[in-house]
Write a protein that binds this ligand. Structure first.
Ligand code: ZN
Length: 232
């Protein structure tokens, strides 16, 4: 496999654990090949509990620690957090600027994020509005906003140069066109997700759920993406 000149990947996720569900196996594979992988989590994760005794401050801190541990397990060395309210993420200029700044600073070859194109997924799920806002803003940040110096020109004054991302991988859409075989990494993916202890209480139950739900008909485990290779 030929590696790009700048083997850097940026995972842009709405909530803690989304990037792990979407791309933990690929993240681990890239990290082993020497890629620098960054995670950017856009919301604070403050809605992710059914425990009525949990305070929001404690949950936000716990979920950030869980994401850091999950990234350690995947081999993603850099974790960044924005502070948007979980469940209330809106696509606006403020959010777009944050993503453009991240792309121009981290300078990824590959951006991985939510596929925002479908509201209903495989007739079984509603794609969370935070996921759609994140995927849409991330795509707009990749093209055209981060590439053109006239967008957010204050960045130039701060020494932050425009950047062209070369590849985008979107998870959880209805029309994937690019499969990564993660059969050898499925245990690692499960361990990364289990770092999110506030989300998956019963370890054995989650392992069983994951191994059954994720297995393809031929017995392999895949991460499926819509891949976009940007030509210019
Ligand atoms: Zn989510």
């Amino acid at each position: 496999m030929t590696e790009p000149e700048n083997p850097v990947a940026l995972v842009i996720a709405a909530h803690p654990d989304d990037g792990d569900f979407g791309a933990a196996g690929l993240t681990a594979q890239l990290a082993r090949r020497g890629w620098e992988v960054h995670f950017l989590v856009c919301t604070n994760g403050a809605k992710g509990t059914s425990d009525r005794a949990m305070t929001r401050e404690r949950l936000i801190a716990l979920r950030r620690d869980e994401q850091r541990e999950a990234c350690r397990r995947m081999g993603a060395k850099h974790v960044h957090f924005l502070d948007h309210e979980d469940g209330e993420l809106v696509y606006d200029r403020v959010f777009l600027e944050e993503l453009v700044r991240a792309i121009r600073t981290i300078r990824p070859h590959t951006v991985m994020t939510h596929d925002p194109q479908d509201i209903v997924i495989r007739d079984s799920f509603i794609n969370h509005p935070d996921h759609r806002a994140t995927g849409t803003a991330a795509l707009d940040a990749v093209y055209p906003t981060a590439r053109d110096h006239l967008n957010f020109p204050e960045h130039l004054e701060q020494g932050i140069e425009p950047h062209k991302t070369r590849e985008v991988l979107l998870w959880s859409g209805n029309n994937p066109n690019y499969d990564i075989d993660i059969t050898a990494d499925v245990e690692l993916k499960i361990e990364a997700l289990l770092a999110h202890r506030t989300q998956f209480g019963d370890r054995e139950e989650f392992i069983q759920f994951a191994k059954e739900r994720w297995r393809s008909e031929d017995g392999r485990y895949l991460e499926r993406f819509k891949r976009v290779v940007l030509q210019f």
